[in-house]
Every structure is written in C-alpha cells, then in structure tokens.
Write a protein that binds this ligand. Structure first.
Ligand code: CP
Ligand code: NVA
Length: 337
C-alpha cells in the first residue's frame, strides 16, 4: 500500500517519493489496459468540476485532461486567458480563492512557476501543474509509462520487492537540447527510479541550481539504487551507450523573441542517425519527444522512423497518466488527508 498522506497538489515530481511515482505509473498502465479492454470506468468524479486555466497553447494536455476528467464522470471547464479576468489584470491569488470555492480541482498551464505556486497556496482544492516554465510533471509520467512499455512489457510477471512495479533494467537517457521545463522534470525524477541521465545543453543554457542540486543529491553517487546524472555541452559525448535520446523544441512557449539567437546557439544539437552513431548510442536506441516537434531539433528520418521513434505512443499515454493523477488526488490522497 502506497500512502499519499500529506499530498494535496501535483506541482512537481520532486514532491513525490519513488514509490508514489511508481504507483502513478502502475495505475496509468492499469487504466490504459482497462480502456483498451473496453471496461467501463469508475465514475469517481461524478458531479465534480475541474477548472482548467490555460495562458499558453496546448493540444495534448488539454485533450487528455478534458477527456480524462469526463471519462470519470466529471465536468471539465476550460478557461483560456481571454475568458477570465486574469487577462484584464485580476491577480492569481484572488482568482484562486474564488474559483476554488466553486470547483473540485484546478489544472493550470501558466507562465512562471511562481504563478502555479500562488494558485496552490490560495486554493482550497487540489492544484495540478499542466506546465510552467520550470516543470512539466504530467509529461514525465507519460514518458516513464512509455519506457516501461518499451523496456519491461512483461512487468506483471516480475517480482516487485514490495514496490508498485518491478525496477527497470539499467537504462541510460541522453537529453540533447535546451535546459527547459522538460529537462528539469526529467532530472528530478528519472534517477530516483533508477534511470541514468546525461544532459547535453549548449553553453549558457543550464538548469537552475536547485534542480541540479536535487538531481545530483538523488543520484547513484549517494544511493546505489538510483541512476547516474551528468552534464555536458557536447551532444556527441552525451549519447555514449544511451538507450534513449530525448529532446524538445529549442524555443519554448514564451521564448519566441529569442528564436534567432537560439537557432545559432543550438547548432549541432539536431538529433540524427549520424549524431547517435558518432557518439556511440546503443544500436537499437529509441527517440522520445513531448511534442509539438519542430524540424530543427530532430530530422524526419529519426522522427518518423517507427523503429526509433515512440513519440506518438508517448503522446497517447498523456491520457492515462493524467487520469492516474486525478485518481491519486481525488480518491487516494483523500483517504488519508
Ligand atoms: N506535450 C505537451 O504538453 O503538449 P501540448 O503543449 O500540446 O499540451
Ligand atoms: N518546452 C516546451 C514544452 C511544450 C509541451 C514549452 O514549454 O513550450
């Protein structure tokens, strides 16, 4: 039994223990199987409303969370930035107090991370981070589910040693790209479930010190069950012996004005077969990307190669993982809190 005592929100995976993360993953895998088998879903959220604040665009996050909440019988209410008074200057503090008095859960895709922290501070209901400039925890859950499906499809038959899932074989992820919300989220999560990560970012592009410190502290250096963490500015060096290459756009939402400079700074960072070969990635390396993808960070040969790229499975898994988070916050955590 994994306890979620003390958990109210889903803001960053660094707030969750490895056991709690594996519970979320296992539950996502179970939800996926139930849906694929045509089982009718429990109606945990009947009569409950999800307030969805989005000040940035979204395809996957919006569709997965709206349909996932509705799948459990609840009512999702999408509130874009031009729909609510925040667009005209009403502060997040006041908005959170008011909206949380009328809905049962809030899911928010905002700009700076402090905005979602403010929402959480003043909300009387659980708050889910649907992406900030610092973290995108929902995405990383879908990445891990996809990694289990790819590298441990027979997880049901293996001993778990008291954990919700058996441990993954020793895997190494290479990140080739920006120091952004996706990388920061991978860094605070993967090593604690045993996956090593080597991150290559251009010079001048580095993760915040608190993210680096958390990742290094929670790495193999201090715990033999954890993965290794290393940083470089050389993409060729980063892919050495890796199983998976992950990247993301070089220009995140909100950085549009930096595009010209970034395209210069990221020269040599495009993920290609040649880069993987030159650096010595494992022969059957896989490619992942949170999407949406731009051609500069990965070429078509890799992106559309079904033997390499597991990006569309990764995107589909966003649905089952957000449903797992809903169940965790609205059912499991409420048992003890
Ligand atoms: N990966 C992801 O969050 O996609 P959207 O921006 O489409 O939601
Ligand atoms: N790093 C990207 C992720 C999009 C899902 C961004 O923040 O725009």
């Amino acid at each position: 039994e994994v306890s979620f005592k003390g958990i109210k929100n889903f803001i960053s995976l660094k707030d969750f223990t490895p056991e709690q993360i594996l519970w979320l993953i296992r539950n996502s895998l179970e939800i996926k199987q139930d849906i694929k088998n045509g089982k009718s879903l429990p109606q945990y959220l009947k009569g409950k409303t999800l307030g969805m604040f989005f000040t940035k665009r979204s395809t996957r996050t919006r569709v997965s969370s709206e349909s996932g909440w509705a799948g459990y019988g609840g009512h999702p209410m999408f509130l874009g930035k031009d729909d609510i008074q925040v667009g005209a200057g009403e502060p997040w503090k006041d908005t959170s107090i008011v909206v949380s008095s009328m809905v049962d859960c809030i899911l928010a895709r905002l700009g700076g991370h402090e905005e979602v922290e403010t929402l959480a501070k003043y909300s009387s209901v659980p708050v889910i981070n649907a992406l900030t400039a610092k973290y995108h925890p929902l995405q990383i859950l879908a990445d891990i589910v996809t990694i289990y499906e790819t590298y441990l499809p027979n997880w049901r038959e293996l001993p778990t040693n008291g954990l919700p899932l058996p441990k993954l074989p020793n895997l190494k992820v290479a990140w080739i790209g920006d120091a952004n919300n996706i990388l920061h989220s991978l860094l605070v999560t993967l090593p604690r479930i045993g996956i090593s990560i080597s991150a290559a970012t251009p010079k001048k592009y580095t993760s915040p010190q608190d993210v680096i410190d958390f990742a290094v502290k929670n790495s193999r250096k201090n715990n033999k069950d954890y993965g290794e963490v290393s940083f470089t500015h050389d993409p060729v060096a980063a892919v050495k012996d890796c199983d998976i290459i992950i990247t993301d756009t070089w220009i995140s939402m909100g950085q549009e004005s930096e595009k010209k400079q970034r395209l210069i700074d990221f020269a040599g960072f495009q993920v290609t077969e040649e880069l993987a070969k030159k650096g010595g990635a494992k022969k059957d390396w896989k490619f992942m990307h949170c999407l949406p993808r731009k051609p500069q960070e990965v070429n078509d040969e890799v992106f559309y190669n079904p033997k390499r790229s597991i990006v569309f499975q990764e995107a589909e898994n966003r649905k089952y993982t957000v449903m797992s988070v809903f169940e965790m916050l609205m059912v499991e955590a409420k048992k003890t809190n």
